[in-house]
Write a protein that binds this ligand. Structure first.
Ligand code: GDP
Ligand code: GDP
Length: 437
C-alpha cells in the first residue's frame, strides 16, 4: 500500500502549490490524454523510489457550520483520518495565526504523525520568524518554498521516513500467480451487490480480519482455473453470510486498492450515466497505469432510450478508456457476469505482454510503409526500430531520427497497429520516441 500524505492548513498558505509540486512527475505521464478529468485534490507522487498518494484537503475548517461546508469538513476529516502522515502547512512569511492554533489543536487530538511545513520560506533560512511556530507544539518547522521547489525533497523524505519504503513491484510474470483485482466505483453503483453475487457462488470463503487503513482486506476467489484476490474498496465486513459495506465511500481506499491491484474493474451505474465522480475514478485508474475492464451495472433497469444516452456519455466522457473492454451486466440479477472473468484475465495478460524486438520492429516498419509520418519543415522523422521498454503497463520505445517531430496523431496511429498485433485489450500502452544523435 502506498503511504498517504494529507496536506492541511488554512487557505492561502500554499497547499495547492505544494500539491502540484508533489504530484508533478506523475501528472506529466498522463497530460496528453484528451478528456481526462482532473480531480485537483488527490494525486500520485514519486520521489526516487518513494511513492505516495497526496491529498489536498482544501480550506480546512475544524468547526465548519452547516451544509456544504460541513460536508467538506467531514470529507477533510475522513482524509486526515485515513492518511499515514499529515503535512500541516503554515505561511512562514505571514507568521503564526489564530487559525493555525486551532488546526494544531485539532491535529494534536488526533494523535496522527504530523510534520510542520513553513511555506513561502525562500530566503528565510535561519530567520527568527520561523521560531514562533514552535508554539504550536508540533516540533520542528521545515522551511520550504513550494513555489520554488526548495526544501520539498527533504520534507517528503522526513514525512515518509518512519513508514515502510515502498518499492515498485517487479512486473509480475503472467504465469499462474494470483491476479489482484479491485472493484472501483462511486457509492451505489453496485459494488457490494456484485461482490456478494460472486461470493454467493463460493463454497468456502476465507476472510482476513479487518485491519488498519494500511492493511487492505482481501478475499480469495477462483474462476476458470485462475486464482484472484479481491482487494476491498467498499469497506466490506462480513455479516452472517453476506458482506456489508459499513464504511462510507473512501477515495483513499479506492486509490490504494487501484494501486495495489493488477487489474481494476470500473463499475458504472447504467441508471445514472457517467457522472463527474465516475470520470474522476476513471482518471485515477488511468494515472495508475493499471489494466482495466469497464462494467456497466443495472442494465436490467434501463430502457432503450437510456441505453443510447449512456453509450453516448461513455463515448464522450470516458474516451480515454477506449482501450478497455465494456460489459453490460446486472449484478442483482446475476446477468452477464461470466464474461467479466475472461476480460479480466485478458486485461491482465495484455498488461504483462512480452513483445519481442523483431516483431515490434516488423509491425513498426509495416505501419510506416502503410503511412509514413509527416514531414515537419525540412525534417522527416525516420522510424527505425522498436523495443519494449517496460511492462505493466507496456511501454514501446521507438528509435530513429528527428522523432521529436512525430505528431500525436501519428503516435495514435502506431498505437492502434501495435494494439492490434499484440491483442492489447484492457491495458494502457505508452509509446516513447527516442531520437539517436
Ligand atoms: P492554498 O489556498 O493553501 O491552496 O494556497 P495556494 O497554493 O493557492 O497559494 C496561495 C498563494 O501563495 C498563491 O498566490 C501562491 O502563488 C503563493 N505561494 C505558494 N507557495 C509559495 C512560496 O513558496 N513562496 C511564495 N512567496 N508564495 C507562494
Ligand atoms: P455500492 O455502494 O457500490 O456497494 O452499491 P450497492 O451494492 O450497495 O448497490 C446500491 C443499490 O443498487 C442497492 O439498492 C442495490 O440493490 C442496487 N443494485 C445493485 N446492482 C443492481 C442491478 O444490477 N440492478 C438494479 N436494478 N439494481 C442494482
Amino acid at each position: 500500500m502506498k503511504p498517504v500524505i494529507a496536506l492541511v492548513g488554512r487557505p492561502n498558505v500554499g497547499k495547492s502549490t505544494l500539491f502540484n509540486r508533489l504530484t508533478k512527475t506523475r501528472d506529466a505521464i498522463v497530460a496528453d490524454f484528451a478528456g481526462l478529468t482532473r480531480d485537483r485534490h488527490y494525486g500520485h507522487g514519486r520521489q526516487g523510489k518513494l511513492e505516495y498518494i497526496v491529498i489536498d484537503t482544501g480550506g480546512f475548517e475544524p468547526d465548519a457550520g452547516s451544509g456544504i461546508y460541513r460536508e467538506m469538513a467531514r470529507q477533510t476529516q475522513q482524509a486526515v483520518a485515513e492518511a499515514d502522515v499529515v503535512l500541516f502547512v503554515v505561511d512562514a512569511r505571514a507568521g503564526l495565526s489564530a487559525q493555525d492554533h486551532e488546526i494544531a489543536n485539532y491535529l494534536r487530538r488526533l494523535g496522527k504523525p504530523c510534520v510542520l511545513a513553513g511555506n513561502k520560506a525562500e530566503g528565510m533560512q535561519g530567520s527568527a520568524q520561523l521560531a514562533e511556530f514552535y508554539e504550536l507544539g508540533l516540533g520542528e518547522v521545515f522551511p520550504v518554498s513550494a513555489a520554488h521547489g526548495q526544501g520539498v525533497r527533504g520534507l517528503v523524505e522526513h514525512a515518509l521516513q518512519p513508514l515502510p519504503v515502498l518499492e515498485e513491484d517487479d512486473a509480475a510474470e503472467p504465469g499462474q500467480e494470483v491476479i489482484r483485482l479491485a472493484v472501483a466505483g462511486r457509492p451505489n453503483v453496485g459494488k457490494s451487490t456484485l461482490i456478494n453475487a460472486w461470493l454467493g457462488e463460493e463454497r468456502l470463503v476465507a476472510f482476513d480480519l479487518p485491519g488498519t487503513t494500511r492493511d487492505a482486506i482481501t478475499v480469495p476467489l477462483e474462476r476458470g482455473g485462475r486464482k484472484f484476490e479481491l482487494i476491498d474498496t467498499a469497506g466490506l465486513r462480513r455479516k452472517g453470510r453476506v458482506f456489508e459495506a459499513i464504511e462510507k465511500f473512501s477515495v483513499v481506499k479506492t486509490l490504494q486498492a487501484i494501486e495495489s491491484a493488477h487489474v481494476v474493474l470500473l463499475l458504472l451505474d447504467a441508471t445514472q450515466g457517467v457522472t463527474d465522480q465516475d470520470a474522476h475514478i476513471a482518471g485515477y485508474i488511468l494515472e495508475s497505469g493499471r489494466a482495466v475492464v469497464v462494467a456497466i451495472n443495472k442494465w436490467d433497469a434501463v430502457d432503450s432510450y437510456q441505453r443510447q444516452e449512456l453509450e453516448r456519455s461513455i463515448e464522450t466522457r470516458l474516451s480515454f478508456l477506449k482501450f478497455a473492454s465494456m460489459h453490460y451486466i446486472s449484478a442483482q440479477k446475476r446477468q452477464g457476469l461470466a464474461p467479466l472473468w475472461t476480460a479480466l484475465v485478458q486485461a491482465y495478460k495484455a498488461a504483462n505482454c512480452k513483445m519481442p524486438t523483431p516483431l515490434l520492429t516488423r509491425v513498426l516498419l509495416e505501419a510506416v510503409q502503410f503511412q509514413s509520418p509527416k514531414r515537419a519543415g525540412s525534417f522527416r522523422p525516420k522510424l527505425r526500430y522498436a523495443h519494449q521498454g517496460g511492462m505493466n503497463p507496456p511501454i514501446i520505445v521507438v528509435h530513429g531520427n528527428s522523432l521529436e517531430h512525430v505528431t500525436d496523431a501519428y503516435k495514435r496511429f502506431l498505437e492502434g497497429r501495435f494494439r492490434k498485433e499484440f491483442d492489447l485489450v484492457g491495458t494502457p500502452l505508452r509509446i516513447e520516441m527516442k531520437t539517436s544523435a
